[in-house]
Design a protein around this ligand. Structure first.
Ligand code: PLP
Length: 382
């Protein structure tokens, strides 16, 4: 089976993890700080806070923005469930903004309309989470400006997008948002096995997220209710979690960061090869916004004929091509249907779901493997 995505682990990566195993720190220690600095520096953000998954990063990002019961969070229906679940973890209500039919990212026009309506009914969200689908940045200048005009906070879900750029600036620089979240799950651009990281330019948000990832505990006397009882002293000043990343994971991440650019360059080369090979087939290849340099986490094709979608998908799987479908629109999940969402709520997302297939794309994919994907797809569509 040719998988839709997989990690690339080098001897340097293995050595870096082994070195940590022989060191004094296994869990959060000096490697976590170095990894945070490396990612923040790549992104051009002031601070980075590493945690054990992007799901955890989204959760503490929402908590740091004081999202809670009575508040609303909006995200895209075409995303992994974690982008929406983080709102529910905080006791907030979740709603969605339909996607743009070309980029599959949150539609700026749909967002503007929904915000105008929500203002009239007093139902504006506290937090918006645009998702950089497939690794291509949303139009953050437009989304950030809209959010700012209503006093709404923004978290970018850049789980797909480390290594990507928008208008020449790296994703994660937080120029148009409060916090950006990256994922390092093995199918993503770089990996720490499990892992995630939040970047921000706000030192208070960074400190708050550091505290929230470790039980809400502080060792800073300034934040305590009274002077420390002694050198052992710490205080829990809010309710946090244990979301810490290990030093083994951070060492792997730091080693992988050294290959971030070649990984993305390779993904682009393969994407361009797909574009050329698939140009005459009855399908749409990924449209690229001229201002975006995608990290190309996913290469999603949309079949012209939705009626053949399932048969083509099954045919690819049967031929050993590990295609996938990113994503089942979140509002159609039973857990969300129980909240009142229904088919027809977000028509562009649902139309996308009826045609989309993620073809295999990963840095170690060979051209021979890619040719096999193309030939199989040609056969199924002819
Ligand atoms: C992978 C992913 C997540 C969750 O990442 P984990 O690190 O597995 O928790 C969240 N959002 C999106 C869009 C993702 O693709």
């Amino acid at each position: 089976m040719i998988p839709y995505g997989r990690q690339d682990i080098s001897q340097e990566d293995i050595d870096a993890v082994n070195e940590v195993l022989r060191s004094d720190f296994l869990t959060q220690g000096p490697m976590v700080q170095r990894f945070e600095a490396a990612v923040a520096s790549w992104a051009g953000a002031a601070r980075g806070v590493a945690v054990n998954s992007a799901t955890s990063a989204l959760h503490i990002a929402c908590l740091a923005l004081d999202l809670g019961p009575g508040d609303r969070l909006w995200t895209s229906p075409v995303t992994f469930v974690a982008s929406a679940n983080c709102g529910l973890y905080c006791g907030a209500t979740v709603d969605f903004v339909d996607i743009d039919p070309r980029t599959y990212n949150m539609s700026v026009a749909a967002l503007a309309d929904k915000l105008a309506d929500a203002e009239k009914t007093g139902t504006l969200p506290k937090v918006i989470i645009p998702v950089h689908m497939c690794g291509q940045s949303c139009d953050m200048a437009a989304i950030g400006a809209l959010a700012a005009s209503y006093g709404i906070r923004v978290i970018e879900d850049a789980s797909h997008a480390i290594g990507g750029y928008w208008q020449g600036s790296p994703v994660g620089n937080c120029a148009h948002c409060d916090i950006t979240v990256f994922s390092f799950h093995p199918v993503k651009i770089i990996t720490t096995a499990e892992g995630g990281l939040a970047t921000t330019n706000d030192p208070e948000l960074a400190s708050r997220m550091e505290r929230l990832r470790s039980h809400g505990i502080t060792r800073e006397p300034d934040l305590m209710t009274h002077a420390p009882d002694g050198p052992w002293y710490y205080q829990q000043i809010e309710l946090g979690l244990n979301y810490r990343m290990t030093d083994m994971q951070a060492a792997l991440g730091l080693s992988q960061m050294a290959r971030l650019e070649p990984f993305v360059v390779r993904r682009h080369a393969l994407a361009e090869r797909y574009d050329a090979a698939l140009a005459d087939l009855p399908l749409t290849t990924p449209w690229q916004h001229p201002d975006a340099y995608s990290a190309f986490h996913l290469y999603v094709i949309a079949l012209d004929d939705a009626a053949r979608h399932r048969a083509v998908f099954e045919g690819l799987r049967a031929a050993g091509i590990g295609v996938n479908l990113h994503y089942i629109p979140v509002h159609l999940q039973p857990y969300y249907r129980d909240m009142g969402f229904a088919p027809g709520d977000f028509p562009t997302s649902e139309a996308y779901y009826s045609r989309a297939i993620s073809l295999p794309l990963f840095a170690t994919m060979t051209e021979a493997q890619q040719d096999e994907v193309v030939t199989t797809l040609e056969g199924l569509l002819s």
